[in-house]
Ligand binder design. Structure first.
Ligand SMILES: Cc1cc2nc3c(=O)[nH]c(=O)nc-3n(C[C@H](O)[C@H](O)[C@H](O)COP(=O)(O)OP(=O)(O)OC[C@H]3O[C@@H](n4cnc5c(N)ncnc54)[C@H](O)[C@@H]3O)c2cc1C
Length: 433
């Protein structure tokens, strides 16, 4: 293993790390390439990325995870370090300060961070996948050149605001409006709810940049024509309404209500054409769903490791508890589900081209399956560990609380069931492929 310390300097992000240490390919002599591919580490670059993040997690993320959960605080300083490693712009082209990697790389990072601290990872997901990736694929040249280097380095923290107090799954009901004034600026009014990274501290400081969806028109069915705006900290009328406390899980990520009160945004901060954001909104949701499923994979792996170790250490009635059939059921089922998640998630990531939409069926599928499997595996870990499993120090109770959010955020289970059923009606041939 390479010590995280040796990777941690300004010139040693993920791209240069891989360039400097890349030595051998995966193929073993005498075997066809497909026989040697591990979907979760398909190339040497992916394998080295995983190793780097795993070191960082062990040395920097794990020691703070319990404390920040208990205090319900976001570790902003640690978050900025992700920028030094080249992780905040993992899918952004190098010319804008990113690492130019793919959906598999995103899944690897989310899995590894969530092995230790899913809430910290949720903040990472909101920034790098919901805001930064979206800008990298949809922004204008001016927006990308001006903003991407700042969000890739961690100088700026980003968020994405879609949900509202009265509208979540029913996103096209959104009530936040934007109207163009006579100067050509846009004036935004409304409230956004549940926004991860919406505030970055306890003092109500908003994110430096908010990827905001607002209604700029209404179609014949009364649904919103949605437009994207880049709202920057300091723009008049943009503020934090409240930080939301007392969440069940994901307590080390900040969740906030954002207020737009005659908020004035210059015309150059619109992304794409008015009313045409549905396409990029849906495309980015595909990456979000892979990202959330991969978070579940990290939770599942850690929970499985914890219950497996404990089952050998704990004795009852004069024998290791792993000898009991009911404990074997918890471990055996968790292993099989974990392996199924791993294959489905990384296969879907491999088939997801970040510059195109069109993978809704499987990105909904991995989130539907992977999030509930993660919650169930964390639940079994608590059960195997008895009273100890129910206490924060033993980690799995925190993972269990964090896992529940994955069934709600980025699309509820019910929305995935609906989407999959609709997609299979349109594409029944998918079943026979
Ligand atoms: C910790 C946290 C972080 C979040 N971060 C963000 C963020 O960064 N940005 C952001 O924009 N949002 C964020 N969200 C919001 C999240 O995406 C929404 O909570 C989610 O989309 C569900 O919306 P809702 O809560 O309004 O529930 P609703 O949409 O009101 O759903 C309530 C129930 O009704 C069901 N339901 C609704 N419609 C249907 C239907 N057609 N068929 C069947 N059942 C249906 C749902 O599945 C659910 O069970 C976050 C939420 C949380 C809790």
């Amino acid at each position: 293993m390479i010590a995280a310390e040796s990777l941690h300097n300004d010139t040693y992000g993920v791209a240069s790390y891989i360039a400097n240490t890349h030595t051998t390919g995966l193929a073993r002599s005498g075997m066809a390439e497909w026989e040697t591919v591990d979907l979760a580490n398909p190339t040497e670059e992916h394998r080295m990325l995983r190793e780097m993040v795993r070191d960082f997690v062990r040395e920097e993320v794990e020691p703070q995870a319990l404390e920040y959960d208990r205090e319900e605080k976001f570790n902003l300083n640690l978050f900025r370090k992700l920028g030094e490693y080249g992780l905040l712009g993992i899918s952004v082209p190098a010319e804008y300060g990113g690492s130019g990697m793919d959906a598999t790389a995103v899944a690897i990072i989310n899995e590894e961070l969530s092995y230790s601290d899913p809430a910290f990872c949720l903040a990472y997901l909101a920034h790098s996948q919901l805001m930064v990736n979206n800008l990298a694929f949809n922004g204008t040249e001016e927006q990308k050149a001006r903003i991407l280097p700042k969000v890739c380095s961690g100088e700026w923290i980003g968020c994405m605001a879609m949900s509202e107090p009265g509208y979540g799954t029913d996103v096209l009901g959104m009530q936040t409006t934007a109207e163009q004034n006579t100067d050509g600026d846009w004036v935004i009014n409304g409230r956004k709810m549940w926004i991860t990274n919406g505030s970055v501290d306890e003092e109500g400081t908003p994110a430096d940049i908010c990827w905001l969806y607002a209604r700029t028109g209404t179609d014949a069915k009364g649904r919103a024509e949605v437009t994207t705006f880049l709202v920057e900290k300091g723009m008049p009328g943009f503020s934090v309404g409240q930080k939301i406390y007392d969440k069940s899980g994901m307590r080390a990520s900040n969740t906030a209500e954002l207020v737009f009160d005659d908020c004035v945004v210059p015309a150059e901060n619109i992304v794409g054409s008015p009313g045409e954001s549905m396409i990029h909104m849906m495309r980015n949701l595909e990456l979000e769903r892979i990202g959330l499923a991969a978070m579940g994979l990290g939770i599942a792996r850690r929970s499985l490791a914890a219950m497996n170790q404990y089952a050998s250490e704990r004795e009852a009635f004069g024998q290791e508890i792993r000898d009991f059939g009911q404990i074997q059921r918890h471990i055996g089922e968790s292993w099989a589900e974990y392996r199924a998640m791993r294959s489905y998630i990384y296969d879907t990531a491999r088939n997801t081209d970040l510059s195109k939409s069109g993978n809704r069926l499987d990105t909904d599928g991995v989130k539907l399956f992977g999030t509930t499997a993660a919650k169930n595996i964390a639940d079994r870990a608590i059960q195997v560990m008895g009273g100890y499993g129910y206490v924060g120090e033993y980690t799995v109770e925190r993972l269990w609380r964090d896992a529940k959010l994955l069934e709600i955020g980025g699309g509820t289970l019910e929305s995935h069931q609906k989407n999959i059923t609709r997609d299979l009606a349109r594409m029944p041939e998918k079943i026979e492929e």
